[in-house]
Design a protein around this ligand. Structure first.
Ligand code: G6P
Length: 612
């Protein structure tokens, strides 16, 4: 998500920063900007690609040996020229770039508005840069100290680089939960979100730790201190990676990187919305529609592909927790079948890209009939997010691998929060269960870290199964959509035929396919349908099928029956999809790699399907 580049030295900053921004393009972005300081700050910003920014800069004079640049992936406010970074403070003396999300930006903004500040953009970044300015004004401190004091008031994630007309020889940078690395050259410094823009100039880098602030100044050693004002010694490391490896964060493919990002992306989806200790679940984007959703007689989920599977999880959640009947519709079917839509219906449109043509058309149809449309999208400012009445972004960061992984778990994060919020409002969740669920939800990122340890085991299994021609995936209840998603992942990237089925339905058809050649992946975690799934495993074994069971840690019963087991951490029944989907993602990934498939760009598939 977003890319940061900064330079201070004796070379021209503009070409270095532009090249650096291009190096960061793989992270995904929707607008770009650059500010150069040469006596006076000059700032250029443009929606679209870095090449658009270059055209926009055109013949303007951008000479100068110090500057900052940014590629923005929208979180607050649409992707447009105004919301692009860098952002000026009101006086025009400060200019700043930022990655991450300032959760309490609204409170800070209100305070600044009272003090007469005005805002051009919808961003949280502009709030922070003005807060820094206000602190400098009130307390007459230098830039670094003002940054420290401002960050002490901030809740959320940030990586920032800031420069000031009044301190023209230094850049100040800081990080918390968003990466920032500083390259140390010969009397020059490079700052970036990762080492890709830096590696061609120097191999000596310092990775900032959370809540650390760095000051880099020409002719001086880097100063490093933390938010508590304690001095730190920069730990200089030597980069060993090559460029290609760094873009993928050391992973072989974007898909694997994105699978591994899930603890973090779920945390980002929860950020500012779940306060487990205070018993608060609040999705700001749908707050105005809370009452309406709570009163709805029916919810219709519309989506395609993996997002449709997330919708199925949403169906179970909303019916379970908020007691509202839910229908889950393939957008392409819904739009063409003259569906019955009432004015008090709530339509939840789920889409990673926010551009899927069928989902967009389904929304338009439902809107014409007077329904209220709530979006669950990943891409801020996308067509679907603009077409909806309200919504919640998933904040999973750009997903580059065509097969969706982290977007799915972020979608179910938002749907879980929404169902909990509405259930609480309606009083359909007993208080003790509500508190138990939100505590458990808060633990999901941690449990995901743990489940990722099954990676090596899924690789071993992949060696065994890479050459089979068919796979069956079974699950019941909340694990049924996961079975569908597991099968979809496998066929998308490995081209092995796979079907997902509700475990009990197996005997109405797919059981005929089962023999000793047929691997059957069964999600058999402890919970309401455990005993029933155990019976289904026995039915498979009786026909000599090969069972790969995903079980709760410490399970003994299934272990005795299954050919292979993958143990995952225990959680509440309704949260199992978060955890059980991970081994299935990894299994598909490894099988596809072993089969020599193009994992990130599987044949015939597109990331964003903008045609019907
Ligand atoms: C394509 C992608 C899938 C995605 C589906 C829906 O088929 O390959 O990964 O699930 O579109 O996309 P959306 O962006 O609407 O979630």
């Amino acid at each position: 998500m977003c890319g940061i580049v900064g330079y201070i030295g004796s070379k021209q900053a503009y070409p270095i920063i532009i090249k650096g921004l291009k190096r960061l393009e793989y992270r995904g972005y929707d607008s770009a900007g650059i500010a150069i300081l040469n006596n006076q700050i000059k700032n250029f910003k443009k929606q679209g690609k870095v090449t658009e920014l270059e055209k926009h800069v055109g013949d303007n004079d951008v000479t100068g040996t110090m500057g900052i640049g940014h590629t923005r992936w929208a979180t607050h406010g649409e992707p447009n020229d105004v919301n692009a970074h860098p952002h000026y403070s009101n006086s025009g003396n400060l200019v700043m770039i930022h990655n991450g999300i300032i959760e309490n930006y609204d409170v800070l903004k209100k305070e600044l508005l009272k003090r007469g500040y005005t805002f051009q953009s919808d961003t949280d970044t502009e709030v922070l840069v003005n807060l820094i300015e206000e602190i400098q004004k009130q307390e007459k401190v230098d830039l670094a100290e003002a940054v420290r004091k401002a960050l002490a008031q901030v809740i959320g994630a940030y990586a920032i680089v800031i420069m000031s007309n009044n301190e023209p020889n230094r850049l100040v940078a800081a990080r918390k939960s968003s990466p920032l690395v500083i390259g140390i050259g010969e009397n020059e410094y490079f700052l970036a979100s990762d080492a890709t823009p830096i590696i061609e100039y120097t191999k000596n880098v310092v990775y900032l730790n959370d809540e650390e602030i760095a000051v880099v100044e020409l002719g001086k050693k880097m100063q490093l201190f933390n938010i508590k004002k304690e001095n730190k010694t920069p730990y200089i490391q030597e980069l060993e990676l090559n460029l290609e490896e760094i873009e993928k964060g050391g992973y072989d493919h974007f898909m694997l990187k994105e699978i591994y990002e899930q603890p973090r992306s779920i945390m980002d989806s929860l950020r500012g919305r779940l306060r487990a200790n205070e018993g608060i679940v609040q999705l700001g984007g749908v707050l105005d529609y809370e009452e309406k959703i709570a009163k709805a007689k029916r919810i219709i989920m519309v989506a395609c592909g993996t997002s449709w599977h997330a919708g199925l999880v949403g169906e179970y959640l909303f019916e379970d927790l908020a007691r509202i009947p839910v229908e889950v519709e393939y957008a392409s079917e819904f739009r063409y079948r003259n569906p019955i839509i009432n004015e008090d219906d709530i339509v939840i449109a789920i889409s990673q890209s926010g551009e899927t043509a069928d989902t967009l058309a389904a929304i338009q149809l439902a809107k014409e009939k007077g329904a209220t449309i709530i979006g669950v999208c990943n891409v801020v400012g996308s067509s679907i997010s603009r077409a909806t009445h309200a919504g919640s972004y998933t904040h999973a960061g750009p997903e580059i691998g065509v097969a969706s992984t982290k977007a799915f778990t972020s979608q179910i994060t938002v749907l879980t929060l929404m169902a909990l919020m509405i259930g609480k409002k309606k009083g359909t969740i007993p208080t003790s269960r509500f508190h138990h669920l939100i505590q458990e939800l808060a633990l999901i990122p941690q449990k995901l870290e743990k489940v990722l340890k099954v990676d090596a085991q899924t690789l071993e299994l992949s060696h065994i199964f890479k050459d089979v021609r068919n796979f069956l995936y079974l699950g019941r209840g909340y694990s049924f959509p996961v079975a569908l998603e597991g099968a979809l992942k496998l066929k998308e990237i490995s081209y092995i035929h796979a079907e997902g089925y509700p475990a009990a339905e197996m005997k109405h058809g797919p059981i005929a396919l089962i023999d000793e050649q047929m691997p059957v992946v069964v999600i058999a975690t402890k919970g309401a349908s455990y005993e029933k799934v155990v019976s289904n495993i026995q039915e498979v074994k009786a026909r000599k099928g090969v069972v790969i069971a995903v079980v709760t840690e410490g399970d003994e019963q299934v272990k005795e029956m299954a050919d292979h087991i993958i143990e995952i951490p225990e959680t509440d029944d309704i949260l199992v999809p978060f955890i059980s989907v991970v081994p299935l993602q990894l299994l598909s990934y490894h099988i596809a790699v072993l089969r020599g498939c193009n994992v990130d760009q599987p044949r015939n598939l597109a990331k964003s399907v903008t045609v019907e």
